[in-house]
Write a protein that binds this ligand. Structure first.
Ligand SMILES: [Mn+2]
Length: 262
């Protein structure tokens, strides 16, 4: 990366589902993205640290520490950093309403865009239609997901060696299996419907690891994706335009995609 390149400046950046502590999180791509940008407000929309992995399967590295330090440094240097806990880091929910090291902790928060739209910002697990009391069920789903992601890596390496183009097993499973496609559709419908009912102009969430910007139920539905597979962030430009950026290439170039006219 060209060290002299000026960082991009965004009004707002939303990141979620980083799953630090999990082997399958992608800190290199996130670190490169963080180094490439500055923003006035940074929302960390849940599942930043994966508390479910605290026992077996915990995986940490110096780079993951640096990512946490990046968030804290931004907060110290004047960026508004808001942590919205998710279902994998619910321990932070006990501290909602408080601030730590300059990080505000909120279970949900309203964001107003530069062009005056009110967005409901939350992780989204409360609206996924799953019974969260059945923790074993969520754990089973999590294990299945992790298994798919790991298998996905193996397939990707094999295909690259064979000179075949990239193909994602987890994307295939998510979009082609009727049950998971239905789950995604229902989640998007439910949460955007709830945002409309509450009088918001839109909603920003994470949780399902499927990045999107679209109009649903008369509001804008934004999902900032994740840093396990899609490696995407949602950004707001200075005029209020919302875009998804994808950190992907070896050169770590962040490209605007799925641009939505406001
Ligand atoms: Mn989640």
């Amino acid at each position: 990366m060209n060290a002299t390149r000026m960082p991009r400046r965004y009004r707002t950046v939303w990141l979620s589902d980083i799953h630090l502590g999990c082997r399958s999180s992608q800190p290199e791509k996130l670190f490169a993205f963080l180094n490439s940008m500055e923003c006035d407000t940074l929302y960390l929309v849940g599942d930043i640290v994966d508390g479910w992995k605290l026992g077996r399967g915990w995986h940490w590295s110096a780079l993951k520490t640096e990512i946490i330090q990046d968030f804290l440094r931004r907060a110290q240097e004047g960026t508004r950093v808001v942590l919205v806990p998710g279902n994998h880091d619910p321990m932070f929910r006990h501290f909602a309403g408080l601030a730590f090291c300059g990080l505000e902790i909120r279970n949900e928060v309203t964001h107003e865009t530069a062009d005056g739209r009110r967005l409901w910002v939350l992780h989204g697990d409360a609206h996924d239609g799953l019974d969260h009391h059945a923790r074993w069920l969520s754990l089973l789903a999590d294990m299945t997901y992790q298994g798919t992601v790991s298998l996905n890596r193996v397939i990707a390496v094999a295909r690259t060696r064979m000179g075949k183009p990239h193909w994602s097993l987890s994307h295939y499973v998510k979009t082609r299996f009727p049950k998971s496609a239905r789950f995604i559709r229902r989640f998007e419908e439910t949460i955007s419907g709830e945002a409309a009912r509450r009088g918001y102009d839109g909603v920003v969430c994470g949780h399902i690891h499927v990045p999107a910007i679209k109009t649903l139920n008369g509001v804008v539905y934004c999902n900032d994706g994740d840093w396990v597979e899609s490696c995407t962030a949602l950004v707001e430009q200075s005029d209020g335009r919302l875009e998804l950026v994808v950190a992907g290439s070896a050169a770590m170039v962040v490209q605007p995609r799925f641009v939505l006219a406001s």
